[in-house]
Design a protein around this ligand. Structure first.
Ligand SMILES: Cc1cc2nc3c(=O)[nH]c(=O)nc-3n(C[C@H](O)[C@H](O)[C@H](O)COP(=O)(O)OP(=O)(O)OC[C@H]3O[C@@H](n4cnc5c(N)ncnc54)[C@H](O)[C@@H]3O)c2cc1C
Length: 529
């Protein structure tokens, strides 16, 4: 008897196969730039749909390990990464997944090129995007600090294409006292007499990518006041020339829902040597460039995970037969995937729009209005796309029926890994409150900021067709903001920020003439009540 066999979902070259990425790049990149970057994208698409994807499936049950002691009683706190991550590190360096943004071969558009590489690379490498995001953010922060000694020491390692020289960076902010309210941090910095070196004492509660060679962290120099302003931003190198931790103990690795390839540690800093990056106060403000970059990566990762789920789901729909026809021919299944695709396309255009603005800001090609817009859009984009990723990947699992819930299909990890996106780099609520703050950067009244936001959307939509849904949502947001005061304003901040996020997503879909605009508008952008 011939038994039924189900053809599994398969991936092709992830660049060639991506209509949304291809058409977007063709619109925003001049022809000569597109032709120059295309080879790198085709190659990354080939790796992502081929070698890396196969390695990812084979690596599924491997996890990083921590060995705290050697056979002779020495504390070594050695971290062993999985084969996928070791391969990912080399490929990331060689293909310039961080470096491209700093080489600036194509000016501000290099950031778009780099984000396209990251978008292709991310879904096949089990959140190797996490150390890369922090590496990118650390490079930007150190460059912005103007601290020449640190620039000379660290930046060339962070942005090199040579895997032997490549460093990744950690970002250690969260303590037991709070990840959102980091001003409560308890880590103390004691200056060594007659030296620029400080010694850090404290506990860091979530430190991802603990295998990194360096980290940026927050600590309170002795005598500084309480609160965020009293913290300073420090640079430290994690291990000495023999590979031993520099007065850092790795107490354990976290046992997490997802991101299981990421070695996220709890640390004790027991006199870890560190240097000030910029001044001896205002650490929270000084680490902001890092957070802006990691939030951009968060958005790119969100769209990358959505895209991977949908690529597999569309392929499977053409292979899985139910009630006499492939799922792809069932009106309701098609309709379900069409809605998810619209969410993905909306998020895609938002994340890449923030990439465009980030690139302009980095190369100084940005107007004051756009610099302000970038400040406002970064938290909105991060919070909006993260929520979309959780929803879309959850639906993707359902679109496979029972197979979507079974581990060795490689599908459940998409949902588990997406679930971190709304939590780290600022939770949804924290970023919603930050959005209100961002709207008041040039005037104490957020309604004034919303008017500037409205003007920016008008500019995006200049000369395009039906914008009535966008207009209605913005008018509703304005009338809500004019009424909401005190606690009502705070309580409604999440709905308000998500509405702004979805509204600008719709505006971008319309501007880019995406067919999905209609579906996205029908699902709804206005969440305010
Ligand atoms: C896998 C993983 C890896 C991580 N890696 C790192 C890392 O490498 N480095 C690092 O520094 N951190 C890292 N984090 C920590 C992460 O950034 C924090 O968990 C996050 O910022 C939230 O902080 P918290 O856990 O202390 O929660 P809390 O700050 O206690 O927040 C709890 C809840 O309260 C809400 N909340 C807080 N304040 C307000 C408010 N004012 N109004 C309304 N709601 C509010 C939050 O939205 C949240 O839902 C990681 C976390 C995870 C899960």
């Amino acid at each position: 008897m011939k038994l039924f066999q189900q053809a599994p979902p398969a991936l092709k070259n992830q660049y060639d196969d991506d209509r949304v990425l291809g058409s977007y790049l063709a619109r925003v990149l001049p022809a000569d730039v597109l032709s120059d970057v295309q080879e790198s994208l085709v190659e990354m698409g080939r790796l992502a749909g081929g070698e890396l994807y196969e390695l990812q499936l084979a690596d599924r049950l491997n996890e990083p390990t921590l060995t705290q002691w050697d056979a002779w009683g020495n504390r070594i706190d050695k971290i062993e990464l999985t084969p996928l991550w070791r391969r990912a590190e080399r490929i990331a360096a060689e293909h310039g997944v961080v470096a491209t943004a700093y080489e600036q071969k194509h000016g501000s558009l290099s950031r778009v090129h780099q984000c396209a590489l990251a978008y292709l690379f991310t879904p096949s490498t089990d959140i190797y995007s996490c150390p890369l995001a922090m590496t990118d953010g650390a490079a930007r922060t150190i460059l912005n600090s103007g601290n020449q000694a640190l620039i000379d020491r660290a930046v060339s390692h962070l942005i090199t294409r040579d895997p032997e020289q490549f460093w990744t960076a950690g970002q250690w902010m969260t303590e037991l006292t709070g990840g959102s309210d980091v001003g409560l941090a308890e880590t103390i910095a004691k200056q060594e007499p007659g030296s620029n070196t400080f010694r850090l004492y404290g506990r860091k509660w979530f430190t991802s990518a603990i295998a990194s060679q360096m980290a940026l962290t927050l600590a309170r120099p002795e005598g500084n006041p309480a609160g965020g302003r009293g913290l300073a931003l420090f640079y430290l190198e994690t291990r000495d020339e023999h590979g031993r931790p520099r007065n850092i103990q790795i107490n354990r690795l976290k046992d997490k829902l997802g991101t299981r390839k990421v070695p996220t540690a709890e640390l004790t800093l027991d006199g870890a040597p560190a240097q000030l990056v910029k001044g001896s106060t205002d650490g929270v403000r000084n680490i902001a460039p890092l957070l802006n970059i990691t939030r951009l990566w968060n958005g790119i990762s969100a769209v990358a995970l959505m895209r991977r789920g949908l690529a597999l789901s569309f392929d499977y729909a053409s292979k899985r037969v139910a009630f006499g026809a492939p799922l792809s021919e069932k009106a309701l299944h098609r309709d379900t995937l069409t809605t998810l695709q619209a969410e993905f396309e909306a998020a895609f255009h938002f994340a890449f729009y923030v990439a465009e603005l980030t690139g302009k800001s980095e190369t100084g090609e940005i107007s004051d209005d756009d610099e302000w817009l970038l400040r406002v859009l970064t938290p909105i984009m991060k919070l909006t796309t993260a929520k979309q990723a959780v929803m879309v990947t959850s639906e993707v699992l359902e679109s496979f029926g029972g197979a979507g819930y079974v581990e060795d299909t490689g599908l459940p990890v998409l949902l588990r890994d997406s679930q971190v996106l709304p939590i780290w780099e600022g939770t949804t609520n924290v970023l919603a409150l930050d959005t209100l703050r961002a709207l008041t950067t040039d005037n104490t009244d957020p309604s004034h900021g919303l008017m500037r936001f409205d003007a920016a959307i008008k500019q995006i939509l200049e000369g395009v067709g039906d914008v009535s849904v966008v207009r209605a949502a913005l008018d509703h947001a304005a009338s809500w903001l004019a009424e909401a005061k005190g606690e009502a304003l705070e309580a409604g901040a999440r709905r308000f920020s998500l509405t702004l996020g979805r509204t600008i997503e719709l505006a971008l879909l319309i501007k880019h003439k995406m067919n999905s605009a209609h579906r996205f508008a029908s699902v709804g952008v206005d969440l305010i009540f």
